[in-house]
Design a protein around this ligand. Structure first.
Ligand code: GDP
Length: 302
């Protein structure tokens, strides 16, 4: 029901337009599909994904010999879920270690909601009874450390930090030692989000990762890229850049509540082949949901 509430804008833009479309047409023809394509593209489903989806729909219409546009509607939901789920196993599960420390690295440009997501996730883990530590690895942006500390206080989790401008890799080293000393289950690591210089970004992320890997073989266990859903195609470009720079294992798509273009979830999955693990549906502590394609798509149409 969280999904339903958070998706109000997308539902108004997308589902209501699909409803209107199937109500207006008497038969399923080329014009019908063209209008449907338009609606999907405007919801940021992504060009390639739209083409694939409409092809599939046309085949299904033929296969079932459908005549009534209203019958197409349920097939749309089914195909959306199918496209999302194709060829993946347990995509929304985090790779959590049963024994010892799980290290999760968060990457993404400034303002996408990285700090907020780390705070929300810390809260979730804590309410599951896990011991959490956060690492203030964004030593570059003014205020980033304080902002993480605010979340730390809010959810009752320790933040390991050094001064502004210090070496993020040194912060990570410290954070791992502190997490171990506290016998923590999860270490959530913030990183700097400048994208102006791709080489710097890559070098810094690699350095941070190397320190983590050296301390804990197999870590980081997740590298989560945080993207702002309201930025549409810009988010896709960021995703491609980060995918080139580092081994992204999952995506957190924030601010879905603030956009009518929730179709971006499908574009990301289908065009980048990175699973969306969480979605942000608001600014509060508990406004983070594990992504579930079925709940998501059916939430759009219910
Ligand atoms: P960072 O620079 O990437 O660390 O971004 P912040 O965590 O500071 O978030 C930037 C702004 O986006 C803040 O005002 C957050 O409250 C807001 N924000 C983050 N996630 C969400 C979300 O899922 N929904 C909404 N509506 N706002 C969000």
């Amino acid at each position: 029901e969280k999904f339903k509430d958070g998706l109000t804008k997308t539902r108004d833009n997308f589902s209501n337009r699909v409803n209107d479309l199937v109500a207006r047409y008497r038969k399923i023809d080329e014009d019908f599909f063209e209008e449907l394509e338009e609606i999907l593209i405007q919801a940021d489903v992504g060009f390639e994904t739209v083409m694939e989806l409409v092809e599939e729909l046309k085949l299904e219409v033929k296969r079932q010999n459908m005549q009534d546009p209203k019958d197409v509607q349920s097939v749309i939901s089914e195909k959306l879920v199918e496209i999302y789920q194709s060829g993946e196993e347990a995509p929304n599960e985090l790779n959590m270690q049963e024994d010892g420390l799980t290290v999760i690295l968060f990457v993404g440009v400034n303002g996408v909601g990285k700090t907020t997501t780390i705070g929300k996730l810390a809260h979730q883990f804590k309410s599951e009874g896990k011991k959490v530590v956060m690492a203030a690895g964004d030593t570059f942006r003014a205020g980033a450390i304080e902002q993480l500390e605010v979340w730390g206080e809010r959810v009752g989790v320790d933040v390991i930090k050094q001064g502004a401008g210090s070496d993020p890799a040194a912060v990570m080293f410290d954070a791992i030692q502190s997490a171990r000393a506290r016998k923590a289950d999860v270490l959530l690591c913030d990183t700097a989000g400048r994208l102006q210089n791709k080489v710097n970004l890559m070098n810094e992320l690699e350095k941070v990762k190397r320190v983590i890997e050296r301390e804990i073989p197999g870590a980081p266990h997740e590298v989560l890229l945080v993207l702002d859903a309201t930025t549409g195609q810009n988010a896709m470009i960021q995703a491609k850049t980060f995918k080139d720079a580092t081994n992204v294992t999952g995506i957190v798509l924030t601010k879905l509540d603030g956009t009518a273009k929730g179709g971006i979830v499908l574009a990301i999955r289908n065009e980048l082949h990175i699973p969306v693990k969480f979605v942000g549906l608001g600014e509060r502590m508990d406004d983070l949901q594990q992504f579930d394609a079925e709940k998501y798509v059916y939430g759009l149409f219910s």
